[in-house]
Write a protein that binds this ligand. Structure first.
Ligand SMILES: Cc1ncc(COP(=O)(O)O)c(C=O)c1O
Length: 415
């Protein structure tokens, strides 16, 4: 009997012993092509030699330079390096450990900085499991159910889920902007509203890019009413969509960026970033924690940025994303249960439907299991678990992408 909590469940039976690049190996030496990237974390692949070397080197010098007691060089340098890749005049970074914690820190900052209480989030958004982050989350009842009441002061506005509505992307974006205006008129007046939190590409709900008109419309409304625009780049950021930040696809500049996952190749590290003047409007002492900005995680973060830049991983994600999208589209043409492919770069979702065209989580589950038997690891998302997510590491080469698709084709044929 395992002594692990029975509430913590794995989507596979694999006990992973080691990892290298796009591959995971189990205890029996069986190799799996890992197209989950640990839920979008290992952009540089498993155990990239530069990341391993940097972490080892840091571990020999300093592991825990507790960051509300002392500063340390890896954290200072990582903040400087992030400054070079952050958008607009965003030049100030605060580190914590997980995505949820970074969302909490952003909630605290926008409330302190504006003196306003309310936050507008979007239907289908996922922002984490802690109470503030769960209060913004509506992708699934899993993180809220039995945990109510949620944090007060959060309202939800529709997100352009064109596929779900059965509308064109343009229609969905226009509708959602009109509804956003309605939310400001009816539920959360601008002078009560601190910020708008959005995933520019929704992850857990089913890989939905927000769209240009919608994101630009939100930016205009935030400017008009003095609301802060906070982008949750935790899953879609850090090169995954073929741009460094996913919001770059929509030509907007946010006020606050939240990042985690790809930031340190698997070491627990997350951050929020904002212009210094905005960060300074938060209350002194409101940022911190025991483990934030861990020295080994920051050293891994520096090596991660080196790898992304030196191996051109953002361009590669765009190029291999086009390849992957074309191959997945071909599967959608061939197999009736693959209804549509959606996403950007190396973040693509595959909608699985039954014969009547309804979301079919059961079939998607079988397909993921069958793919595992072929040595391909995939995850699911969506309201019914009907979306198979394709999240290879950014270091995967074209051959590995083709190999993954070939394995999935075999799964489709056999299952
Ligand atoms: C967009 C987004 N925000 C927040 C989170 C929460 O991050 P964590 O699980 O590190 O708390 C996730 C995790 O999947 C996410 O995808």
């Amino acid at each position: 009997m395992s002594h692990l909590s029975p509430l913590l469940q794995q989507s596979s039976d694999i006990i992973a012993e080691r990892g290298e690049g796009a591959w995971l190996e189990d205890r029996d030496g069986r190799r799996y092509l890992d197209f989950t990237s640990g839920i979008g974390v290992t952009g540089t692949g498993h155990c990239h030699p530069r990341v391993v070397a940097a972490a080892r080197e840091q571990m020999g010098r300093l592991i825990h330079g507790q960051y509300t007691t002392v500063a340390h060089p890896a954290m200072l340098e990582l903040a400087d390096r992030l400054n070079d890749v952050l958008p607009g005049d965003i030049d100030s970074v605060a580190f914590v450990n997980s995505g949820s914690e970074a969302v909490e820190m952003a909630i605290r900052l926008v409330r302190h900085a504006t003196g306003r209480s309310n936050i507008i989030a979007f239907d289908g958004g996922f922002h984490g499991r802690t109470v503030g982050a769960a209060s913004l989350t509506t992708s699934t009842p899993k993180v809220r159910s039995g945990f109510h009441p949620m944090m007060a002061g959060v309202v939800h506005s529709p997100f352009p889920h064109a596929y779900r509505y059965g509308w064109s992307q343009e229609e969905a974006e226009r509708f959602c902007l009109a509804e956003f205006d309605h939310v400001l008129q009816t539920q959360s007046a601008p002078n009560d509203t601190a910020a708008v939190f959005i995933e520019p590409v929704q992850g857990e709900y089913g890989y939905y890019p927000a769209g240009r008109e919608f994101m630009q419309g939100l930016r205009e409304r935030c400017d008009a009413h003095g609301l802060l625009l906070v982008v949750d780049e935790i899953q879609a950021g850090y090169g995954r969509t073929g741009r460094f930040w996913s919001h770059e696809h929509f030509d907007i500049t946010p006020d606050v960026v939240i990042t985690a996952k790809g930031l340190a190749s698997g070491f627990p590290l997350s951050a929020i970033a904002a212009p210094r003047e905005l960060m300074a409007r938060g209350r002194p002492g409101s940022q911190g924690g025991t483990y934030g900005g861990n020295a080994v995680a920051c050293a891994a973060g520096l090596a991660t940025l080196d790898v992304i830049q030196q191996e051109n991983l953002v361009d590669r994600a765009a190029e291999n994303g086009r390849l992957m999208h074309a191959r997945l589209d071909a599967l959608a043409d061939e197999y009736p249960e693959v209804d549509t492919i959606r996403g950007l770069g190396l973040m693509q979702g595959m909608e699985i439907v039954d014969q009547a065209g309804r979301a079919d989580g059961e079939r998607a589950g079988h397909l993921v299991k069958a793919a595992e038997a072929e040595g391909l690891l995939l995850l699911r998302c969506g309201t019914h678990g009907q979306v198979i997510r394709w999240l290879p590491p950014l270091v995967a080469d074209a051959e590995e992408i083709e190999e993954g698709i070939a394995r999935f084709r075999r799964a489709l044929e056999k299952d």
